[in-house]
Design a protein. Sequence first.
Length: 442
Amino acid sequence: MSNAAAPSSHGRLQTILLFAGLLLGVAVGQWMHVNEVSVGAWWNTAGEMFLLRPLQMIVVPLVVLSVATGIASIGDPSRLGLIGSATIGFYVSSMLIAATLGAICVAYFQPGAGWSPAEVEALVRQGGEAFNADATRAQRMTAGESMGLGGAWQSIIGSILPKSPLAEAAAGNTIGVIAFSILLGLGLAAAGEAARPARAALDGFLAALMVVIRWVLWLMPLGLFLFVAGVVGKIGLGAASGPVGKYFVVVMGALLFHGFVLLPLMGVLLGGGNCWKLMWRVRRALVTAFSTSSSNATLPVTLEVTANEGGCSKRATNFVVPVGATINMDGTALYEAVAALFLFQWFGVDLTFGDTVIVVMTATLAAIGAAGIPSAGLVTLVIVITAVNTSLAGRGLEAIPISAIGIIIGVDRLVDMVRTTMNVWGDIVGAKVITRLAPDEA
Ligand code: ASP
């Protein structure tokens, strides 16, 4: 049974304002870009104040409350085991499917092939400059290269079992906070009668936070306008043309295909119902993800709309969505596979089938390891490239430089907006699927 709410007049007004903010943001941004109006940091700061900060402020307490109450409400350990494994199973499979789709698209459309040596050289030089333009980012990427695949695993496992959940919360690392909240939820369930007041108190706090989120939603159209206008004004839609244009079209096309076709099909097959309608119902989360490029910052909105408008059970939503915001990134996995294969194609390296499998697997790992913040995927892309470089070195072939990532930096923020939207959409489809296993009590 669906408990999706019918759109209220408030909801309708919010939708109109949201789409108006979005379209106006693109139009004003492009106008500023074309007319060479300097787009100062002001736009980003204002967007942050109106949208990002209020959402970010809520994220950590929300994760603790929703995961702990979600787990406590499921209670039975064997049921929890089933739901936990189904959630992780769904997330990993959907990311592998996304990365495979990306690899197939690059093999078929060959976005990096067919350029003259002079064009290749010019772009590689420009890419190197773009890579080094941001010294901190370049340093993080180079550090990622020396960390390698083993280091990536170590860092993921290390953040799942942190020394202090408070330190993780302060640093904005939600994986550690989730691990703590799962333990707290298990304890709340196991303590039975003695923990009843604590469970009721946490439920009450969660309900209160949900009200706060609804207030924040009213700020969204303005924040969204400011963000989108700032990004488009700085980059301009024309950045997606030229030599990287083909890459841009392939990655965007694959992301949209995954989001509009594959994910809804998975949702329909495993969760039932009409997932295209669900997509429309949860539009506020998708639009927030698009404008903020952050799954973490979008989490409050995702939780609100998935259970209320999306008709997914609160039990499933409260557990599945926060976990998904941190580890489930279909859009990022797909993008990392496309970007890595594109760069090797650009350098004229012939990859074997085995190399492509390495790309798909490491793109999934890199997506799991990416934080739900803007550009995180760009940084973890290093893991994928390094893994293939290691395989090439084993066969005595020349590696490509990490600075090659600079080639796609110019369009990355635009790609980030769409891949984050698909990341969040994947979490919502996950909640839909798990609702079958964890429905709310009638
Ligand atoms: N911005 C993405 C997210 O928050 C991560 C990425 O850069 O791919 O989901």
